[in-house]
Design a protein. Structure first.
Length: 207
């Protein structure tokens, strides 16, 4: 009975939340959103170029990665009908009120779009933080080719509900790990061999 009660409670809270905030909701000017996204693309491009082993020569591919990551994050937010904050959306997914939008699902949907760029200057892999715990968090990570995982940039669309956040692996507040148990199956899926990745991972920390 507890799961049923939990789902009913979440639905009731969600209905109350929507009714409470609906009068404050406004549709943002599309031009303002586009301008914001251009700023994000510029910022993420700069972060990629600044990574160890990258440099100005990688800027064209860095711009492509940033542009696709930002656009894909917005696209998935609309598709998931994201409710903020992220933990609230997670509760709605787990209660069956939303189909997708957990952090690993953002990664699962955005990873193929970045790998399709077939960049030479950067590798696109999966990363995980706090593996095997309730605070486990998954993101795509871009790494300058030939550099260790610790020199990569985490691309996190979940934390701001579709507005891409990015930060270096090295120096992050919590330790990130390379995640082969997600990377390999997603690569195989792209190649046409469909396999579902595991929900829990304990990967090594370097490539």
């Amino acid at each position: 009975m507890q799961p049923v009660f939990f789902r009913q409670a979440i639905r009731a809270l969600a209905a109350f939340f929507v009714l409470s905030v609906s009068s404050c909701v406004s549709i943002r000017d599309p031009l303002a959103v586009a301008a914001t996204d251009r700023d994000v693309v510029s910022r993420v491009t700069g972060q990629l170029v600044a990574l160890p082993g990258a440099g100005e020569v990688t800027r064209p591919e860095a711009t492509r990665i940033a542009s696709v990551a930002v656009a894909a994050s917005r696209e998935q937010a609309a598709r998931y009908e994201v409710a903020m904050p992220g933990w609230w959306h997670n509760m709605m997914v787990n209660a069956g009120m939303k189909e997708r939008g957990l952090c690993w699902q953002w990664m699962e949907d955005i990873f193929p779009k970045l790998r399709a760029l077939d960049t030479r200057s950067f590798q696109i892999v999966c990363g995980v933080r706090n593996p095997g715990t309730r605070r486990e968090h998954h993101c795509v990570v871009a790494i300058p080719t030939g550099r260790p995982f610790e020199d990569g940039l985490v691309l996190d669309p979940w934390v701001k509900g579709g507005e891409l956040d990015a930060f270096p692996v090295r120096g992050a507040s919590r330790k990130w790990h390379y995640d082969p148990l997600w990377t390999a199956p997603l690569e195989q899926r792209i190649a046409g061999r469909h396999r579902s990745p595991p929900a829990q991972t304990t990967p090594p920390s370097t490539l």
